[in-house]
Write a protein that binds this ligand. Structure first.
Ligand code: ATP
Ligand code: MG
Ligand code: MG
Length: 532
């Protein structure tokens, strides 16, 4: 691409899809509506969109609804809303794998007749073992008639049919175990969201996905790398079906340290009240992360910047938040807060007898951030931590005001500062002081704040396949600090991101409602490593 910054981000990986022609590429994002979209899904969706746009092709969105027990309409709606939030739009109406249930059923029957599939009743555990050991099922060489008879029992949902599944007849000796007669259909009496009780059996992903990809005109099926071993199977299924070939392009699955990216596990937290819901700010869901203060722009930039790498990557969240900070910082407003516990009055002997107000910019280098009214009073509130850091005789700077001398520090028997006295020193230079203090005027209309910080939900950096996540739950994941803030914060809106000077970035979760109810603010990570 050409030189601009946005251009560079959008075009920053020059990966080509195999056999791709401009105007002819069709990609697809096939979520299962069994949970909310998480950052891993966002990667998949964004990459599909990226390639569709890169080749001036089409992006399809399809709900993979082959698992009637898990899918819910609530999830479907949230997934569509999140895709819209990410700026991802399909180029055709949304489809469902279930739109093809009838065709798939006919196809399965044809494969049985052609000797490419058989009905099996090997119990699940035994099948797994036989697959490992390359042992053929005793049903593998049943006659077409026998298979069709058992298939009908399955289709009709007969009790005798419930022990059966349909398997593809591929190669039980294949080095690639995915080719050792995969399951195509399973019996399931659960009613389906869209087809109700019409079907008593459902195709597996392995059977349905290649077919639907092919008939919908997908040219490139992007799949995360954990499916890599199943690529040959996918091609073989297409071959056996005799339908148009689809290219597979693997991309690396996204993983973050201390982070669960599995809908089933996330659901556990929701169902057990460990989090607020799927949009909890501790969740790696699109909604959770946006609520935590992530911008869509940052998410897109992050995915595209590392999107082409095929390594299985375990990322630090910091990378994402660093990009976010870079986007947010130049434009977000500045406000001031003082921690409630131990806040100290600093009184200036020569301070203003009458309070006065000045209008100052909300961001010194970015005018569109607007202006705010700041009140100047003879005594001002400062943080206990700052009060502990000053010494008698020291000259400090009061931000947006000027310098002052500290004359007297009063402490209680616990060593906590209870009061500071001093003099304003307007002629003093900012360059000569070590401490630049944030402060709030001593007025009645400061707002109450609840500053909320979060920790990871689990204490293990990299969760292995057979780790039980319940054994590594972090007992404390939410930390709250009461504070007071400048009166301008009364106008904060939900989702507004800003900086509390010298404290960091925050996002407003619950705006101002009354003088006694605190405004709830979440810390927005800024990519700097936090102390352990
Ligand atoms: P989960 O394990 O959270 O249930 P899933 O893979 O079963 O995830 P799907 O809804 O089937 O969820 O996934 C939709 C698409 O998102 C698939 O193409 C899948 O490969 C991709 N995907 C899921 N998780 C990740 C991830 N961590 N990184 C990249 N892509 C992912
Ligand atoms: Mg899946
Ligand atoms: Mg999964």
């Amino acid at each position: 691409g050409g030189g601009g910054k946005a251009d560079k981000v959008e075009g920053s990986f020059d990966v080509k899809l195999p056999g791709a022609e401009e105007g002819k590429v069709v990609t697809r994002f096939p979520p299962e509506a069994s949970g909310y979209l998480h950052v891993g899904h966002a990667k998949a969706a964004l990459l599909n969109e990226y390639f569709a746009r890169m080749y001036k092709g089409k992006l399809l969105i399809r709900f993979d609804d082959t698992n009637p027990a898990k899918e819910k309409e609530e999830y479907e709606e949230s997934i569509l809303a999140d895709l819209a939030r990410l700026g991802i739009k399909g180029d055709a109406p949304v489809t469902y794998t279930s739109d093809y249930f009838e065709q798939l059923l006919q196809l399965a029957e044809r494969l049985i007749k052609e000797g490419k599939a058989y009905v099996d009743d090997t119990p699940v555990e035994q099948m797994r073992k036989e697959r490992m050991d390359g042992i053929e099922s005793k049903r593998r060489n049943a006659t077409v008639e026998e298979n069709l008879a058992n298939w009908r029992l399955m289709v009709e949902g007969k009790p005798e049919g419930q022990v059966f599944c349909l398997r593809g007849k591929m190669d039980m000796q294949a080095a690639n175990k995915a080719l050792r007669d995969p399951v195509y259909y399973r019996c399931n009496q659960t009613p389906h969201n869209r087809t109700g009780s019409k079907y008593k059996l459902y195709p597996t992903y392995d059977f349905a996905c290649p077919y639907v990809d092919s008939v919908e005109g997908v040219t490139h099926a992007l799949r995360s790398s954990e499916y890599h071993d199943r690529n040959d199977q996918y091609y073989r299924v297409l071959d056996d079906m005799g339908v148009r070939k689809v290219h597979i392009w693997d991309f690396s699955r996204l993983n973050f340290v201390y982070t669960l990216l599995s809908k089933r596990k996330l659901q556990w937290f929701v169902e057990n009240g460990r989090v607020d819901g799927w949009d909890d700010p501790r969740f790696p869901t699109v909604q959770g992360m946006i609520r935590r203060g992530l911008t869509v722009e940052a998410l897109r930039e992050f995915i595209v910047s590392q999107g082409a790498s095929k390594n299985l990557n375990l990322m630090e969240m910091d990378k994402l938040w660093t990009i976010n900070k870079k986007i947010v910082d130049p434009v977000c407003a500045r406000h001031t807060a003082v921690v409630e516990e131990g806040k100290v009055l600093f009184t200036f002997a020569n301070g203003p007898v009458e309070a006065f107000v000045k209008i100052i910019p909300r961001h010194k280098k970015y005018e569109p951030a607007g202006q705010k009214a700041t009140t100047f009073t003879r005594s001002v509130w400062i943080d206990q931590a700052d009060a502990l850091a000053v010494s008698e005789g020291e000259e400090v700077t009061l931000m947006d005001w000027g310098n002052a001398f500290v004359r007297k520090v009063t402490k209680n028997e616990d060593g906590k500062v209870t009061g500071l006295e001093g003099d304003l020193h307007p002629e003093g230079s900012v360059k000569t002081t070590k401490l630049k203090l944030t402060w709030l005027p001593q007025i009645n209309d400061l707002v109450l704040l609840n500053l909320v910080d979060f920790d990871y939900l689990i204490t293990k950096k990299k969760l292995e396949e057979d780790d039980d996540f319940l054994s590594v739950l972090n007992p404390v994941t939410k930390m709250e600090t009461a504070a007071v803030g400048d009166a301008n914060m009364r106008n904060l809106k939900k989702g507004e991101i800003f900086q509390l000077e010298r404290k960091g970035y925050f996002v407003c979760d619950v705006p101002y409602v009354s003088p006694r109810k605190p405004i709830v603010l979440f810390t927005v990570p800024d990519g700097r490593q936090r102390p352990p």
